[in-house]
Design a protein around this ligand. Structure first.
Ligand SMILES: [Mn+2]
Length: 357
């Protein structure tokens, strides 16, 4: 197993590469969509939270990710001793009608094929994605961590409807007609996802890319009145069985999985790692279950993180773990301190179990 570090788009520069390397990371998971560029509510020094207006504007629908820009980022990272393991999340501007089953779906499936081929050509092995209409929404922040550290939490369901022109918590059409997106059924969401896999997995296989699905965060039955795809651990099995291929894999978010209300968490870690479908791991801890939970420091939540590492090791998982999110620590650099604390814990734990062997 390898220690990685997740960086948002605005962090893709020398300062953050050096910080990640100093934390002991050898790999990066990068976000190429900028959730902070035009958001009213997302703060640069924290994970994006948003409000009813979401995370701001999606990108340029006519500008797909290019070989040149991604190669340049990869080269910069390598210069600092870091390999890019994954890009996390497609831009809503490029695939909103794949999620919505809208009129531009055929063109946008072509967009996704082109992006997958480009990422493969650059030599980035994984693309993480969320197949979700509402995306990450409905979370709050407060001083609920150990010692009053500020953490992200959920405190009750969040079902305010999605306004037209917004998908996955970002605005792709500022001039959409007033009104809200009509709710769809869970089966309809699975049908759309199945079509996405049917079209994309063969392309991903050819490109040498793994598509890795994040579970629904937060994993409530609905968010903003829309169904969720993977909001219980056993639904990951349905997702991988839909298309048996090593390219159809999981962005394994421990925090989200632990927030789920049905089924065994450790059984899920054991089962999906044994099936070799864990592409990479979001290594974070939580206390509670959806819709009432709080993120915690890595060593104090409901999850026995060492037990998780031992299960992953037993099943020969050799991929990357990233801290995902961490509590904000009280100091001049709250985000940095939280992330460095998480990385230090992870590094020590990995050393301990690897020495044991
Ligand atoms: Mn996650």
């Amino acid at each position: 197993m390898k220690l990685g570090f997740g960086l948002y788009r605005h962090q893709l520069n020398e300062e953050y590469y050096r910080f990640a390397r100093q934390c002991g990371a050898t790999h990066l998971v990068i976000h190429w969509v900028d959730y902070f560029r035009s958001s009213r509510s997302n703060q640069l020094g924290d994970q994006p939270i948003g409000d009813d207006t979401g995370w701001g504007l999606a990108g340029d629908p006519d500008k797909l990710w290019s070989f040149e820009e991604l190669s340049a980022v990869k080269a910069e990272a390598v210069k600092h001793g870091l390999q890019i393991e994954a890009i996390e999340n497609f831009d809503p501007a490029h695939w909103h009608d794949v999620l919505l089953d809208g009129p531009k779906k055929a063109q946008q499936l072509e967009n996704l094929k082109a992006i997958v081929r480009t990422v493969g050509k650059v030599g980035i092995p994984i693309i993480g994605y969320n197949f979700s209409l509402a995306g990450v929404a409905g979370r709050v922040k407060g001083p609920w961590g150990r010692g009053g550290a500020e953490v992200v939490a959920m405190d009750g369901p969040y079902d305010k409807p999605i306004p037209n022109g917004m998908i996955w918590n970002m605005v792709y059409d500022r001039h959409a007609a007033p009104g809200n997106l009509a709710p769809i059924s869970t089966e309809e969401l699975w049908r759309r996802h199945g079509e996405f896999l049917d079209v994309l997995i063969p392309v991903a296989e050819e490109a040498g890319v793994t598509l890795a699905a994040h579970p629904d965060d937060p994993p409530t039955p609905t968010v903003r009145g829309q169904p969720r795809l993977v909001n219980q651990t056993q639904l990951y099995q349905r997702l991988i069985d839909r298309k048996p291929s090593p390219s159809n894999a999981l962005e394994f978010c421990l925090g989200t999985l632990a927030e789920m209300t049905v089924g065994g968490f450790y059984e899920a870690v054991e089962s999906y790692s044994r099936q070799k479908r864990v592409a990479y791991v979001h290594f974070r801890n939580v206390r509670g279950k959806a819709p009432h939970y709080q993120e915690t420091f890595v060593d104090e939540g409901d999850i026995d993180m060492l037990r998780v590492l031992l299960l992953l090791q037993k099943n020969d998982f050799g991929g990357v773990l990233i801290p995902d999110h961490a509590p904000q620590m009280t100091c001049a650099a709250p985000w940095h301190a939280g992330m460095a604390y998480a990385c230090g814990w992870m590094k020590a734990a990995l050393q301990a179990i690897q020495a044991d062997r």
